[in-house]
Design a protein around this ligand. Structure first.
Ligand SMILES: *Cc1c(COP(=O)(O)O)cnc(C)c1O
Length: 236
């Protein structure tokens, strides 16, 4: 698939809108607009879109499936982008992900740590890690993310692994909850976490629908897909 001028124009306009939203939310929260980095989530969309986005000044892209991410990172290797792996990570894929991901945002259990470290060592690189924390209300089963009570042990495990660099936390607001409430819980979890790991200052939270709420509680990175690339329904 090659990029059409129409697609380039569409991405340019939507990217400008999202950058405006980020700047406005940051200003409203008394923060500097460049305090909040944009990770454009390109899952389901072709490498040609990634290339257009790079031409529009995008530096960071996110993917959530290993095979798709690996292929796209290889196709776009000349662009100098930072690749964020943001999806649920199977243990048997972790070493392979560490070969191309600059940041793995979805580390949610200790079993991933030695596997990521092995992949990073094989590739001769240091991989940045965010711990994904569950924002599901207490008592509910959580499918994604570490239970907040398990965070200190997981953080210590990453921090003592030389091939990995602990950079902060990542979270997704539960679908059936008010994002402002979920992100308020996140702010509390982060304050605890920062008291033990003061250098791990990244907070990756907020997507197309809730980036303002995340920026209000201190998100340093937002992960935005559909507001820029369009609906994923019917793509692929
Ligand atoms: C898909 C995805 C996003 C982007 O979601 P949009 O609503 O399309 O902006 C962000 N974070 C994660 C973890 C995702 O899987």
């Amino acid at each position: 698939m090659t990029a059409s001028p129409e697609r380039a124009e569409q991405l340019r306009n939507r990217l400008a809108e999202v950058r405006d939203r980020i700047a406005r939310a940051a200003t409203d929260a008394g923060r500097a607009p460049d305090d909040v980095a944009l990770v454009v989530v390109t899952k389901f969309f072709p490498a040609s879109d990634v290339r257009l986005l790079a031409g529009l000044g995008v530096t960071d892209v996110g993917e959530n499936r290993h095979q798709e991410a690996e292929a796209k990172a290889a196709q776009c290797a000349d662009l100098g982008l930072r690749w964020h792996f943001i999806g649920g990570l199977q243990s048997n894929k972790a070493a392979a992900v560490a070969h191309y991901a600059d940041v793995v945002e979805s580390v949610d259990r200790p079993a991933l740590v030695p596997r990521l470290a092995r992949g990073a060592a094989d590739a001769g690189r240091v991989v940045e890690v965010l711990l994904q924390v569950s924002l599901d209300p207490p008592g509910r089963d959580h499918r994604f993310g570490a239970d907040p009570t398990g965070l200190p042990a997981l953080a210590d495990e990453v921090a003592r692994t030389p091939e990995l660099r602990l950079r902060g936390l990542m979270a997704v607001a539960p679908l059936d909850d008010d994002p402002a409430l979920a992100f308020a819980r996140l702010a509390g979890i982060r304050a605890d976490f920062l008291s033990r790991h003061p250098d791990a200052t990244i907070l990756s939270a907020g997507m197309s629908g809730d980036l303002e709420a995340a920026i209000t509680v201190g998100a340093t990175h937002v992960r935005v897909g559909s507001a820029i690339l369009g609906s994923r329904v019917g793509v692929q």
